[in-house]
Design a protein around this ligand. Sequence first.
Ligand SMILES: NC(=O)C1=CN([C@@H]2O[C@H](COP(=O)(O)OP(=O)(O)OC[C@H]3O[C@@H](n4cnc5c(N)ncnc54)[C@H](OP(=O)(O)O)[C@@H]3O)[C@@H](O)[C@H]2O)C=CC1
Ligand SMILES: CC1=C(/C=C/C(C)=C/C=C/C(C)=C/C=O)C(C)(C)CCC1
Length: 318
Amino acid sequence: MLLLTIVAGLAVVTTLLILFAPYIRKYASGGVCTSTSRLDGKTVLITGANTGIGKETARDLTMRGARVIMACRDVEKGEEAAASIRAADPKAQLEVRRLDLADTCSIRAFAKEFLRDFDHLHILINNAGVMMCPYTKTADGFEMHIGVNHLGHFLLTYLLIGLLKRSAPARIVVVSSLAHYFGWIRFHDLHSQGSYNGGLAYCQSKVANLLFARELAQRLKGTNVTVNALHPGTVNSDLTRHSTLMMIFMSLFSIFIKTPREGAQTTIYCAVAEELHSVSGKYFSDCAPASVAPQGRNDQTAKRLWDVSCELLGIEWE
Ligand SMILES: NC(=O)C1=CN([C@@H]2O[C@H](COP(=O)(O)OP(=O)(O)OC[C@H]3O[C@@H](n4cnc5c(N)ncnc54)[C@H](OP(=O)(O)O)[C@@H]3O)[C@@H](O)[C@H]2O)C=CC1
Ligand SMILES: CC1=C(/C=C/C(C)=C/C=C/C(C)=C/C=O)C(C)(C)CCC1
């Protein structure tokens, strides 16, 4: 009898899911960037553009006329992604360059060549990310999540900020996550040497993204360079590659989860929306303002993280 009830229940749920699938999909796909802004003559740099949200952002921005530099740690994968975008749009202006955010030498080499080859940078999209990887260190000894997701992008932005200012109006877009709600900055053990949990290390790095955007927005006041952060939604991408459980969840519940193209909408919105022309230091989700957890909007923590980051990277950023 119990078995029969369970089977009947499952059948009802499955039937409802099938019947309402188009509506569920439409709701889950989230906000859409409706801006028709063109980017002709503009130069855009996207980190981690060979797959997922970064690749779809590159596709959209080239279609708006931008010249897009895809900064990828694996150039071969980057070229494959560029070829697939060009296959649909032969006029796409794309260039793949090598950037490994887990190595400050690679970041410095990338920036040096970028500054040599480009006179302008109008939009910088700090998109690349790792999630829940086993405990690993970057070439400079930083824990991988804080090293790639925060410190790598911190250094890249520092090296390119002069060019962004000279190219103003310019925008910096920081891809953070709702996961910041579950993280906090562990100044006493930033690199998780005492104890390590991949999920918490990821969440910490996503709070760091928000605090960085917040502090940077303060420092960029009056420069006509804006910086905003965002949550792309829950997106079916390679991000979950280190967690079998997450991959299973993503497959089982794929109807509730965004495709990479849907997940790129808020990034695109932050990069092009006319109404954000002078908006800075804000956080968006589904192409609309969203609320930040208290640990992501604490000015003292933001300043402290800024100083610690400069010290770790051996830089002075006034
Ligand atoms: N997917 C989701 O549900 C969510 C994603 N986000 C954020 O969105 C952003 C994009 O993620 P998503 O597209 O989903 O994930 P993907 O794994 O599909 O893409 C991540 C990109 O980052 C690149 N990357 C990783 N490590 C490095 C490195 N050391 N140097 C340079 N590039 C690197 C990857 O390169 P490679 O392919 O070579 O590994 C890849 O191109 C991330 O910042 C993530 O935190 C936020 C909330 C939810
Ligand atoms: C558990 C669970 C889900 C899966 C959530 C996942 C897989 C979230 C992934 C978040 C990521 C990757 C965040 C990155 O910053 C659903 C299907 C939403 C609803 C049912 C309960």
